[in-house]
Ligand binder design. Sequence first.
Ligand code: SF4
Length: 417
Amino acid sequence: MTATIAVQSAARNDGGLIPNVSEGPALLAGITQGPGLVSHRDRLGPAPRPRAEALVEMARDVDLRGRGGAGFPFAIKLAAAARRRAVVVVNASEGEPASHKDATLMTCAPHVVLDGAAAVAHALGTREVHIVVPSELPSLRLIVEKALRERAKAGERLKVELHDAQPWFVAGQAQAVLQLLAGRENLPVTAWKPEAVSGHRGRPTLLSNAETFAHLGHLARVGSAGYAAHGTAAEPGTTLLTLRGDGWDPEVREVAFGTPLADVLSNAEMGQPLLLGGYHGTWLRSSQLSGLAVSRKDIAAAGASIGAGVLLPLADGWCPLVRTAALVDYLAGQSAGRCGPCRNGLPAMAEALRDLVHRGGPAGRVEELCGLVTRRGACAHPDGTARLVASMLTRFPDEVDSHALGICRGNRREVFA
Ligand code: SF4
């Protein structure tokens, strides 16, 4: 039996969405006891202090992947950063407006994340830790500051610096975060080397999102076998999901890999198309959902990706084309406008999509623009937007044909994004 609480977070005070969050099996275990260090230590004991080789080996054993969206194997990053004295960067600014998992985790269980950051810093032989918080949630910063004071009082000797990320979609991208740390505009730039090799001030930089650090702390504490107590043999562990993150009744849940999607979504939601992975995600038709599990492999086989764990079931009465056009309008306005595909391609795509959806324009132009912007930007923003649009064209060919005849089966027009 799990307890569900409303997050007493920054979001409540800052006027943002307030997700519900349930106790989970690992990272979110015990959250109803409060976020303080004393209850955290009573429950879990001291922060783990693994050596770098041991942490790399454990991360490899359980195939720990980053939870920011790309799903990169964490052991590779960690091993690369361990070669020279590195910098640790915890990114709790999600950028994606539909994702609330990192803010929820930092609010309900800040010490679970900070234990992970401390374990990685110890393993890498550094005391330098940077934490990036979303500027639109100022009270989240206060929660983190309080947690850091508790740890300093308890004897932790890390040198931690907080940074406020800008409230735009691409601000959480790795290179944009490094720009922020360097005191420059919080926007992506072209990277010539991975940040784990050359990042902040040219030093190897272990940069990942808050959830990934929480998993590392948990893994360092319980070991590979303990971590594998949840999930499947092929995909051990748990993951955080944000359900309906930009719509009604948003919720953050921690589920074990292998959990059927039918246990996560309601019956009504299982009967609707699902946008999986957030605004840069992939549409799935409702007929693809039954039998699907929360599993990177299953979801990849269905032609999608779990991304940062955002699940957006299409609300009743909505047309997926209208919804996609609204999202692309938003995404086209969120680029840095520095690269051609963002400066010219995404606005053209948004216009072509509006033309298709609202005026029966040609789908061919939309498809052509998806090809033209892909792999041409300094970051993945154009690719992610093209992926969303391409999945709309692939999954909803009947709706595309209907729109060409001026027929839309949806009856809702509100714009979420
Ligand atoms: S691709 Fe777009 S968002 Fe990314 S760096 Fe270039 S202009 Fe900025």
